[in-house]
Design a protein around this ligand. Structure first.
Ligand code: PMT
Length: 399
């Protein structure tokens, strides 16, 4: 996928700069051409000699060469590249990119870039978590840049947390995916459900669950970047969508999600039901806040919600592909296989709360895909973005 691709690799002043040596080697091994643009601080962490030896190209850092006055054209680089990767990206560079502070060759090249941009942050956990950094990353996302989430682990400060630049092989995998699947779901319409549902008890209380929406939103982004027209029906979550190919419908309760799903499903080629839909709701909803003083104990009577997956399974046409999820805690394979059959799904994505880093809230997931043909494929723990591409690949096989 990377054969012949022209990659501008921007390196900034972080200890993670040493990893770029491995990244360059891996990219070149895949057939890519790599041009380094490095900030002055970056050169304190990895030398231009190492970088030019690895890329077989002069390293660009300044606007002009002091030796012979050659002008390094950021505009030409912006036109030359198929993709720009900034790895590692420090908080400072991220801030400059978000605000257009073009005081070095790297940020100037970024502002001139016509190709897609990937940003791999690397910094201390508190710097990464700081609202200023998060806001700047959100701004970059709104520009259409791809943020490669940093990993959790031991940092240069010896503190442990989120801030480690993603590993070079992961970055390469991501780039391969980016270049590979465009068109994989071209002209396909895909429905995704995501997040939890809230079942109201009264105006201030509800029955809900821990779903953050991350898995479903990653699926929506992955389907859209593979060319699909995506309808994302989202329960109450605080995530935003970035791809223009995603049409989002916000709902709150299982009943609202059911109605919205049934309405759009007939036009769809496929649906992936990732939402953690509440199976029950209170039989009655109080119109005013229930006062604690009025009741010593409280009993809620619950009635079952409609099963969206089973309802779609009952009306699906042979050309439509229906995939569900199974979140299990015991006898995982058995329960998932039973749901696959009962809901008339083509395949089911099993995740278990017994696997560390899998399920609700995490940025990672560990899945097994079971198909109606009896196949079972186990995947290792991956980021939810990567998991989403594995699921999209399976969906594409079926479509
Ligand atoms: O949102 P995150 O924090 O990223 O977490 C992701 C996740 C754990 C929510 C996701 O990976 C996941 O497992 N989603 C399905 C959770 C679930 O409700 O599983 P289930 O085994 O109870 O349901 C089986 C299938 O039926 C699911 O496809 C579900 O969407 C669907 N269902 C369930 C009940 C119902 N009333 N209607 C449905 O459509």
């Amino acid at each position: 996928m990377l054969q012949g691709k022209k990659i501008v690799l921007g390196i900034t002043g972080s200890i993670a700069a040493y990893k770029t040596a491995y990244l360059i080697r891996a990219l070149i091994k895949k057939g890519a051409e790599v041009q380094i643009v490095i900030t002055p601080a970056g050169k304190e962490f990895i030398t231009p000699i190492t970088l030019s030896a690895l890329t077989s190209k002069p390293v660009i850092s300044e606007f002009f060469s002091n030796r012979d006055g050659t002008w390094n054209s950021h505009v030409d680089l912006g036109l030359w590249a198929d993709v720009m990767v900034i790895a590692p990206a420090t908080a400072s560079t991220i801030g400059k990119m978000a605000n257009g502070v073009a005081d070095n060759m790297l940020v100037t090249t970024y502002l001139s870039m016509k190709a897609p941009v990937f940003v791999a942050p690397a910094m201390d956990l508190d710097m990464f978590a700081h609202p200023a950094t998060q806001k700047n990353l959100e701004i970059l996302r709104s520009y259409g840049n791809h943020i490669i989430e940093p990993a959790e682990g031991e940092l240069a400060s010896h503190l442990v947390g989120k801030g480690r630049m993603e590993e070079p092989d992961k970055i390469v995998e991501l780039l391969e995916r980016f270049f590979a699947p465009s068109g994989l779901l071209a002209k396909k319409k895909v429905l995704i459900t995501a997040g939890p549902t809230y079942e109201k008890i009264d105006p201030v209380r509800f029955i809900g669950n821990y779903s953050s929406g991350k898995m479903g939103f990653a699926l929506a982004e992955a389907c859209a970047s593979c060319g699909a027209e995506v309808t994302l029906i989202a329960g109450p979550v605080s995530l935003s969508t970035h791809h223009p190919g995603i049409q989002r419908i916000n709902v709150e309760s299982a009943e609202e999600m059911y109605k919205a799903s049934l309405k759009v499903f007939p036009e769809m080629d496929a649906a992936i039901l990732c939402a953690a839909v509440a199976d029950y709701r209170p039989s009655q909803r109080a119109m005013e806040k229930i006062k604690r003083e009025t009741m010593e104990t409280m009993t809620l009577q619950l009635v079952p919600n409609k099963d969206i997956a089973a309802s779609l399974g009952a009306i699906k046409h042979p050309h439509q592909i229906l995939a569900g999820f199974a979140l299990e805690t015991t006898d995982e394979q058995l329960h998932a296989a039973a749901k696959l059959k009962k809901k008339n799904l083509d395949f089911i994505v099993l995740n278990s709360l017994n696997d560390r880093g899998a399920g609700f809230g995490y940025d990672t997931n560990k899945i097994t895909i079971l198909t109606r043909h009896g196949e079972s494929t186990v995947y290792p723990l991956k980021s939810k973005r990567e998991v989403a591409y594995d699921i999209v690949t399976k969906l594409a096989e079926y479509l």
